[in-house]
Write a protein that binds this ligand. Structure first.
Ligand code: SME
Length: 161
């Protein structure tokens, strides 16, 4: 691991007990998970962090990803199955790491400041119930360390659904 990666792993490791405590301290989903997202964004200095929930669609879409709790600039409200980075993670049930958003075919640009992105599925009863989306204004901001810890965070959120 590089020094930057070791530092990042250390920041996540220091943050995780606090995130668990925020969830333990509040039984209602919105304040508990809202605070968890706020703590992550403040500590990691990301551009945007938020959740999209699989919800009934309208028109041609049976289901869509609907914007849920988030921290950061105004974002797109609905994303179709298989569309953009979020819809790709929804369709595959896998984490998607995008080092350069401009190089990702079909990337949906909610903010022109976004340079890199990671999307983690939140799985409940073997189905994707939400996706956790994080955007950075730095290129290539996300790696295996982010994947590991953010998949842990996604499990904490899933346990509250
Ligand atoms: N870039 C995402 C859209 C959501 S925003 O980044 C908040 C995508 O391509 O799915």
């Amino acid at each position: 691991m590089t020094t930057a990666q070791t530092d990042k792993a250390g920041r996540y490791a220091a943050l995780m007990p606090g995130l668990r405590e925020l969830l333990r301290a509040e039984s209602a989903f919105v304040p508990a998970v809202g605070n968890l997202l706020a703590a992550l964004k403040e500590e990691m200095k990301w551009l945007w962090i938020g959740l999209y929930r699989v919800a009934p669609g309208n028109g041609n879409d049976r289901e869509v990803l609907l914007l849920d709790l988030f921290q950061g600039p105004v974002a797109c409200t609905r994303i179709g199955y298989g569309k953009g980075v979020c819809g790709t993670s929804w369709a595959s049930g896998e984490t998607v790491v995008v080092p350069d958003v401009h190089a990702f075919p079909g990337h949906i640009a909610c903010s022109t400041l976004s340079r890199s992105e990671i999307v983690i599925p939140v799985i409940r009863n073997n189905q994707v119930a939400m996706v956790l989306d994080v955007d950075s204004d730095q290129a290539d901001a996300f790696d295996e360390t982010d994947r590991r810890y953010l998949e842990e965070v996604a499990t904490l959120i899933s346990d509250r659904l």
